[in-house]
Design a binder for this molecule. Structure first.
Ligand SMILES: [Zn+2]
Length: 171
């Protein structure tokens, strides 16, 4: 088990749509364990594989950040099969640390995916779970939460990031 470096905004791997996971094997299990360690250490409630530099359709969510057993979810090749409602709340990202902004997301989403044993599953997420599911699925498609922002809100964040990058304090 290992804590991996988290890739930050500006890295190509965050912008490429990830490849589907072809087989549930030992290296994949190790990657999942390392991602869990990395998410808990950050700390964060969700992490996509391309955030640790691996372009695979794999993401994890634990709203309790490891505090409550049974709340860790591993989603392999996830797809949204239904979405309902709309809710606007603050959102942040481990790849864009220290920035939060409000983003509108569905209130409920249903995911179809494989669990870490390769079993096909479906799950409804609501509220923060739905938000995390949409945020991580976005990552797997090469999209970041700042892409949902417009105008001043988006410019403000991107300007600050480029300033940090210029002074060597980003990435
Ligand atoms: Zn993120």
């Amino acid at each position: 088990m290992a804590v991996l470096p988290i890739v930050k905004y500006g890295a190509d791997v965050l912008r490429r749509p990830t490849d589907p996971v072809a087989g549930i094997d030992e290296p994949l299990q190790k990657l999942i364990d390392d991602m869990v360690d990395t998410m808990y250490a950050a700390p964060g409630v969700g992490l996509a594989a391309n955030q640790v530099g691996v372009s695979k359709r794999l993401m994890i969510i634990d709203l309790s950040v490891g505090k409550r057993p049974g709340e860790l979810h591993v989603f392999i090749n996830p797809q949204i099969t239904a979405a309902e409602g709309e809710i606007t709340e603050e959102e942040g990202c481990l790849s864009i640390p220290d920035f939060v902004e409000v983003v509108t997301r569905p209130e409920r989403v249903r995911l179809r995916y494989l669990d870490r044993n390769g079993e096909e599953r479906e799950m409804w997420g609501e509220g923060l779970m739905a938000r995390a599911m949409c945020h991580e699925i976005d990552h797997l498609n090469g999209t970041l939460f700042v892409d949902h922002l417009r105008g001043f809100k988006r410019d403000r964040i991107l300007k600050k990031i480029s300033k940090l990058a210029k002074s060597g304090m980003w990435g």
